[in-house]
Design a protein. Sequence first.
Length: 185
Amino acid sequence: MRPDLHIRQLNVTDAPAFRALRLRALREHPDAFTSSFEEATVRPLAEAEARLAPGASETVWGAFLGSALAGMVGLNRETRLKCRHKGTLVAMYVAPEFAGLGLGAALVNTVITAARADGLMLLVLTVTDSNDRARALYERAGFTAFGTEPDAIRVDGTSFGKTHMYLQLPAAAIQRRATPPTETP
């Protein structure tokens, strides 16, 4: 990675740049995201600010080239009691003019590192079936496909499937429900 590139957690002051990059991603790659440009463009800046505010269940990181926001990725943490051991990698995007600089791998690794630090044991994501580059990136990071949802999204009447992937994170001790010993008569 170039020395003038850095990754940091985004905050409320980054909301305008984050929103602009997100809208660009949704407009230029509508098949890569479940959200749509049409829906996102009418949402106020305050929604992006709330997404980046302290205490949100999602953390978003930005990859910067100098002061320019070149890429982004998010980690949604589950809040339901039975699912708090896992998180979801979301909103992964690197602007095409910054492709090939290692930003995608660095962003994915940032999420993995944060998930481990938070004590998460499982990361999941979805990737559009036709997005071979993204799928290969996730596989290089250790994610494994475990199924495909056909017709997961439709863009202008065209159906796209989403491949579900997971990464089991090592933990010091995974608590499993104990199986009671069987009694012998």
